[in-house]
Design a protein around this ligand. Structure first.
Ligand SMILES: Cc1cc2nc3c(=O)[nH]c(=O)nc-3n(C[C@H](O)[C@H](O)[C@H](O)COP(=O)(O)OP(=O)(O)OC[C@H]3O[C@@H](n4cnc5c(N)ncnc54)[C@H](O)[C@@H]3O)c2cc1C
Length: 447
């Protein structure tokens, strides 16, 4: 591998591969460091993504067997599991086989000319003052290399191996806080019957549980819970669901493990001199359920355009990379920051209130589950629906206040400073934090 490149990327996941393809295609020398072996890259299950994402980032749509089913109707319960609701089919959302998608993305990156090194770990950024000039790498053979680059990108997922060793002054933290992450567990068993019903329990243990039978012959069990102290172990939740599902066979066909995922709004900044964050490492994900494939790809698309322009102009300073932040925030950050307000409101309320919100039809599951949007679009419709909660005036007051803060946060995101100015950025961060501080605190699970 060439130890001196234009762009060095940690992580050959959803974001890293797309960055590598785009930047190599633009004629830059790109090296990607991936800790998994080539054949192990990608999660061992399928995930849901809007099909339109592929056109958005200039990638051919998946075909079978990578393309699996579309999302069909699901029975939904709220945390107290009193009354079943129905979430309508979402034909715009598909299941993709993550392993096959990953292999395709790796192929695109290599065909474009990027060099990928598998079984090698990124160990930390190389710094020259404030400028990131590459990363440390430990190869599969234990050899330590200094990989030098004009731009270094952390696309290594939530743990952010490079981010975690960067000084905090740039507007992103070293670690994602526990309250901002889901711990998850997923196990896919053989389905011993022809049943294809889907079940979703939303809000259980401050998280999400599903039993999905969309894929023939398999039952997919998932549990994710916010990593609050005292939380229930997702694996225990899955085991309980398996016990309650008689058609689940004994064979673990895929998965059988979990991984933490961020559930928060994206970081205030995702750039430093010569350095960018992309995907889960910057919390480019939905704060409601941690979905981050589409947003990681969209972030990679913006990041590669800005990195290309910076390399063409021979300027990889903080100011040159800055436009990446506003571009992502305006496209994807705006709906997601609104959803973060919804998420924070939901974990602050007694479960019975959430139950009433949905069972009385004030909010519809499909209006925010996987929508990236939320129900706030039509204010009049929302106000009329609130009449259904007339016996809960204090709850309605808190709900209206939280929706209002969500709306202000969205406007605040739209007004992210276009140009790098430390004072203006500091004022923007302060404004955002004061809006979040107005949201009620989480109601923690009993220890
Ligand atoms: C159980 C589960 C279910 C999910 N379901 C969905 C879903 O249905 N829809 C959806 O949109 N999203 C879903 N997600 C989230 C989605 O997987 C992530 O948002 C997405 O993969 C983020 O892409 P990324 O490129 O940032 O990170 P990743 O795809 O995680 O890629 C990071 C890469 O970096 C590598 N890496 C890590 N550390 C190092 C290191 N030190 N050196 C070198 N390489 C390193 C990793 O091996 C990995 O290949 C789910 C996540 C989980 C855990």
């Amino acid at each position: 591998m060439n130890n001196n490149v234009d762009v060095a990327i940690a992580g050959a996941g959803i974001a890293g591969c797309l960055l590598a393809r785009n930047l190599a295609r633009d004629g830059h020398r790109v090296a990607v460091i991936e800790k998994s072996k080539r054949e192990d890259a990608g999660h061992d299950w399928w995930d849901t993504i809007k099909i339109a994402t592929f056109a958005r980032v200039g990638m051919p749509e998946p075909e079978p067997p990578e393309l699996m089913s579309t999302r069909h109707e699901a029975t939904v319960y709220l945390p107290l599991e009193t009354k079943p609701l129905t979430a309508p089919p979402r034909p715009e959302s598909i299941h993709v086989d993550r392993k096959l998608l990953e292999q395709r993305q790796i192929r695109y990156a290599e065909e474009a000319g990027a060099e990928l090194l598998f079984g090698a770990k990124a160990t930390g950024p190389l710094l020259d003052g404030d400028q990131v000039v590459g990363m440390g790498v430990e190869t599969a053979e234990g050899e330590k290399i200094e990989l030098r680059a004009k731009i270094t990108i952390d696309a290594a997922g939530m743990s952010g191996v490079l981010r975690s060793k960067m000084p905090e002054k740039f507007g992103f933290p070293q670690q994602v806080e526990r309250k901002d992450m889901f711990v998850t567990y997923r196990e896919i068993r053989n389905n011993t019957t022809a049943s294809r019903d889907d079940l979703l329990i939303f809000g259980k243990n401050n998280g999400v549980v599903w039993v999905n039978r969309a894929e023939a012959g398999m039952v997919d069990f998932f549990a994710g819970a916010i990593n609050f102290p005292g939380r229930t172990e997702p694996r225990d939740i899955v085991n309980e669901m398996i016990r309650k599902t008689p058609e689940a066979g004994d064979r673990i066909m895929r998965g059988g493990y979990g991984a933490p995922i961020p559930v928060r709004h994206c970081f205030d900044s995702f750039v430093a001199p010569g350095f960018m964050l992309c995907g889960d490492s910057a919390c480019h994900c939905s704060p409601i359920d941690g979905s981050g494939m589409a947003s990681s790809m969209i972030a990679a698309d913006h990041a590669s355009k800005i990195a290309h322009a910076a390399l063409e102009n021979g300027d990889t300073s903080l100011a040159a990379l800055w436009p990446y932040i506003g571009a992502y925030k305006r496209e994807q950050g705006v709906p997601f920051v609104g959803l973060d307000a919804v998420q924070k409101f939901m974990v602050s309320e007694p479960k019975i209130n959430l139950e009433l919100l949905f069972t009385r039809g004030v909010l519809k599951i499909e209006e925010f589950w996987g929508s990236g949007g939320g129900a706030g679009g039509n204010k009049l419709k929302m106000l009329l629906r609130l009449i259904k909660l007339v016996d809960r005036p204090l709850f309605v007051r808190r709900l209206i206040a939280s929706v209002g803060i969500g709306a202000k946060l969205k406007v605040h995101y739209m007004n992210f400073p276009d140009k790098y100015d430390p004072a203006e950025f500091a004022a923007w961060v302060k404004g955002k934090e004061s809006l979040f501080a107005e949201l009620p605190p989480a109601m923690l699970p009993p220890r």
